[in-house]
Structures are given as C-alpha cells and as structure tokens.
Design a protein around this ligand. Structure first.
Ligand code: HEM
Length: 92
C-alpha cells in the first residue's frame, strides 16, 4: 500500500477549500503531523518553533511577496511541497 501523504486534508468532500492556504481553516481532522500511534513526536516542538521562526524572518525581511520566477514543485508520489519559492522582500 502506498499512502499519498500529500493529499491529506485535500479531500474536497471533507475540506471544501483544502487547496487554499488558510492557517485558520478547520476540518474533521488535522493531519499534517500524522495520526494515531505514529503521530509526529515533534509536533509540539514544531508548533512552538514555527511562529517564532516566522516572526523572526518577518522582523528582518518586512513584507514578503511572490518573486518574478515561478515556484517549483517536488514531483514525487509521496511528499508534496515546493522545492523553490522565490520571494521578494519589501522592508516596511
Ligand atoms: C513542521 C514540521 C513537521 C511536520 C509537518 C512533521 C510531520 C510528521 C508526520 C506527518 C509524521 C507521521 C509519519 C507517518 O505516519 O508515517 C511524523 C512523524 C514523526 N516526526 Fe514529525 N514532523 C515535523 C517536525 C518534527 C520534529 C521537529 C521532530 C523531532 C524533533 C519530529 C519527529 C518525528 C518522529 C520521531 C516521528 C515518528 C513517530 C512515530 O513513527 O511514532 N517531527 N512527523
């Protein structure tokens, strides 16, 4: 069996806007850190570190916007995500 982790939370019957990036979006189940006995052991650490890292980045870079070059995607069956995401920094 091959589980397509990248499709988690994108089932339109459960997550009407699963393809839209929205940190406040809710659904029947939160799956980015897995589920059950193999639930990510680092989930609490990642949830604590994530906002700290983003705030530090935005403090230094100001507003970030998509850059002129296209983003590139990882083309594997299992893992889904960007390989590159060019951004431009606009200091505030
Ligand atoms: C944003 C960051 C992270 C994401 C999205 C993430 C995601 C996941 C997912 C989806 C799984 C389950 C894989 C499966 O079911 O086969 C997992 C497992 C695991 N994660 Fe993470 N993880 C993150 C960060 C971390 C960190 C920071 C640590 C350690 C400090 C960590 C340690 C682990 C371990 C040890 C497992 C295996 C748990 C087990 O099999 O019982 N993860 N992670």
């Amino acid at each position: 069996m091959l589980v397509l982790l990248g499709s988690a939370c994108h089932d339109e019957s459960q997550y009407p806007e699963g393809d839209r990036f929205d940190l406040t979006q809710t659904g029947p189940q939160n799956l980015p850190f897995g589920h059950g006995v193999h639930l990510c052991l680092g989930a609490q650490l990642a949830r604590t570190e994530g906002p700290v890292a983003l705030e530090a980045l935005l403090d230094r870079c100001g507003a970030l916007a998509r850059g002129p070059s296209p983003m590139t995607w990882q083309r594997t069956l299992v893992v889904r995500g960007p390989v590159t995401l060019p951004v431009v920094s606009r200091p505030e």
